[in-house]
Design a protein around this ligand. Structure first.
Ligand SMILES: [Mg+2]
Length: 317
């Protein structure tokens, strides 16, 4: 099977939202009047981001999900994606499942695949995603103000907890592992939340490298500090028995791969945000406040100050 057959068979689908999709030298994309493009790339490398024997359907899902998460964090509507893929061999059973996982999520979010590249090499998956947002409504990292509240969606640390179990650092029950592995392998990008937060959130980021690291990016860009209340951090039923242990706490504060949103908003918007959570059936938790200064201080229930460090996952540390 040559490259063109492979693209035709596995990666060419109708692209109803696209002026000109796969098949020419480049795609043509029409952006709505007054909108700007939000563009982001994420690469998944075998052995670094996933194990070589990962279920290809789930991998197809996750490859797109991590990119959708960045678009969600900008408050943009996802529209188009390109996929560059290096494969050790043209394994048709693998490609069938991978593309099924990818397109199932693409269809759910109205994303057209409009181009890309395939080549032989160590397994490596790179998506570039394009979203649309009115120029003034994009959710940047730089808008947090002292007095704003800090919020997170969903629960924290589940993906890292599953990984800790798989690597033998913690022991989960079968039920706990099932819940957490779902988050690790099939994260749900918070696109609807990002859109709902336009005009409400003062800043936003997706939690890919852990709460403290990603909130740290907001604080740095906004030149502000934060005070976080440990007891208010949302944890799943699976996490609860482990939350007070050092590895559990490490997962909650610094575990990567959750793809929830962390955002800030003025206290006056508190009730609106709670209503958004109800409408989307999504847990939204207020976890602290933005303060003048820099860095993030975490308090436990007794009022003691923790010094957890930033602790997120960094590739070149
Ligand atoms: Mg991000």
């Amino acid at each position: 099977m040559n490259e063109f057959d492979l693209i035709r068979k596995y990666f060419t689908r109708p692209a109803p939202n696209t002026l000109l999709g796969i098949g020419d030298d480049a795609a043509l994309l029409q952006v709505g009047t007054g909108n700007v493009l939000a563009v982001s790339s994420d690469m998944l490398v075998s052995g670094t981001h996933f194990l070589p024997d990962t279920d290809p359907f789930l991998l197809g899902h996750k490859t797109l999900a991590v990119n959708l998460s960045d678009i969600a964090a900008m408050g943009a509507t996802p529209r188009w994606a390109t996929l560059a893929i290096a494969l050790p061999e043209a394994d048709e059973a693998w490609l069938e499942k991978f593309s099924a996982g990818f397109f199932a999520l693409a269809q759910q979010h109205g994303v057209d695949l409009v181009g890309g590249d395939t080549t032989r090499g160590p397994l490596n998956l790179c998506v570039t995603i394009f979203g649309e947002v009115p120029a003034q409504q994009a959710l940047r990292r730089s808008g947090a103000q002292p007095g704003d509240e800090v919020w997170v969606s969903g629960t924290l640390g589940d993906a890292a907890l599953a990984l800790a179990h798989l690597q033998g650092r913690i022991e989960l029950s079968g039920e706990e592992l099932a819940t957490c592995a779902q988050v690790l392998h099939q994260p749900q990008p918070r696109v609807a939340l990002g859109l709902a937060l336009r005009g409400i959130a003062s800043s936003a980021i997706d939690i890919s490298d852990g709460l403290l690291a990603d909130l740290g990016h907001i604080l740095e860009a906004s030149r502000a500090g934060a005070q976080i209340d440990l007891a208010s951090l949302p944890v799943s039923l699976a996490m609860q028995p482990h939350a007070a242990t050092p590895p559990g706490m490490q997962c909650i504060l610094s575990g990567g791969d959750d793809y929830e949103l962390c955002f800030t908003a003025p206290g006056a918007r508190h009730a609106e945000i709670t209503a958004i959570g109800s409408r989307l059936s999504l847990r939204l938790s207020c976890i602290g406040n933005i303060v003048a200064g820099n860095g993030c201080i975490v308090h436990d229930a007794a009022g003691n100050q923790l010094n957890p460090g930033s602790g997120g996952y960094e590739h070149f540390r």
